[in-house]
Design a protein around this ligand. Structure first.
Ligand SMILES: [Zn+2]
Length: 200
């Protein structure tokens, strides 16, 4: 990533910045457009303080509208559960963009022992799960995420009831280049040892 993200002052959509208002970072923006178009997962890597989070959040404004079948599948699921409210941050026809808190637990990710609308992975269905600074999340959360992405389904165990639910979301994540976050920065110097960087 280049050093900083330049922004124009304009009203924000989706509570986040509009993609079109970001100046520069053309190669990152291009990668984001390709990812969104093809439904590919994306990891944005760069030194700290370069605007990775702002850029990532702006992706919410370029998500394509839901296809008719996708809309129908989400709608049916909500009706069937009778407890799935309209997803916050997403209006009908729009894809969900879920920014996941670094304090999330494995059980909150899956929604185990909770209502289906409290499963972050189900709420992100047909949309995006955004993990800011991926290395700051619990190991168990990342493992659950990995398995869900490989298996494309999650198992919800609520009391004696076990339900297998298909999940299909795009992963968007950011990470710094090293533990101190300065590696690759033009001005600040990285203070990490090579061994620490490798482990990171
Ligand atoms: Zn460093």
């Amino acid at each position: 990533m280049d050093q900083t993200v330049a922004l124009e002052e304009k009203p924000q959509k989706f509570g986040y910045l509009d993609f079109g208002d970001i100046k520069g970072q053309e190669h990152v923006k291009r990668a984001m457009e390709v990812a969104v178009t093809g439904g590919h997962n994306l990891l944005i890597v760069g030194p700290k303080g370069t605007g990775k989070t702002t850029l990532a959040r702006a992706m919410a404004s370029i998500l394509p509208d839901l296809e008719l079948e996708e809309k129908a599948a989400l709608f049916q699921k909500r009706l069937w559960k009778q407890q799935m409210p309209l997803m916050e941050q997403s209006v009908p026809g729009k894809r969900a963009f879920r920014e996941i808190s670094a304090s999330i637990t494995r059980s909150q990710m899956v929604g185990e022992g909770r209502r289906a609308d409290q499963s972050e992975m189900l709420l992100a269905n047909q949309g995006v799960m955004f993990f800011d600074e991926l290395t700051e999340y619990r190991h168990t959360v990342l493992e659950t995420l990995y398995r869900a992405m490989v298996e494309r389904e999650i198992t919800l165990i609520n009391g004696r009831v076990t339900v297998i639910q298909p999940v299909n979301f795009m992963l968007l994540a950011t990470t710094a280049t090293c533990p101190c976050g300065n590696m690759g920065d033009y001005i600040r110097t990285c203070s990490c040892t090579p061994a620490k960087v490798r482990k990171y």
